[in-house]
Design a protein around this ligand. Sequence first.
Ligand code: SF4
Length: 64
Amino acid sequence: MLEITVDMTKCQHYGQCVFEAPNTFRLNDDDKLEYTATAVDGDEELIAAAADVCPMQAITFVRV
Ligand code: SF4
């Protein structure tokens, strides 16, 4: 399992992560980022891609 953290002091709600991993990241009705704090190992590539494209480098994750 993966544990995901977004540093909300860095996140500017651009939403690039949403395109990469829509099962984990979403923008709510106020265009603010919401995310699921855990993901299955099989989603690691998607989460890594989301972390990669984040212009604020706000996404980190660890395998637990
Ligand atoms: S890509 Fe980064 S800055 Fe943009 S919404 Fe996702 S976590 Fe926030």
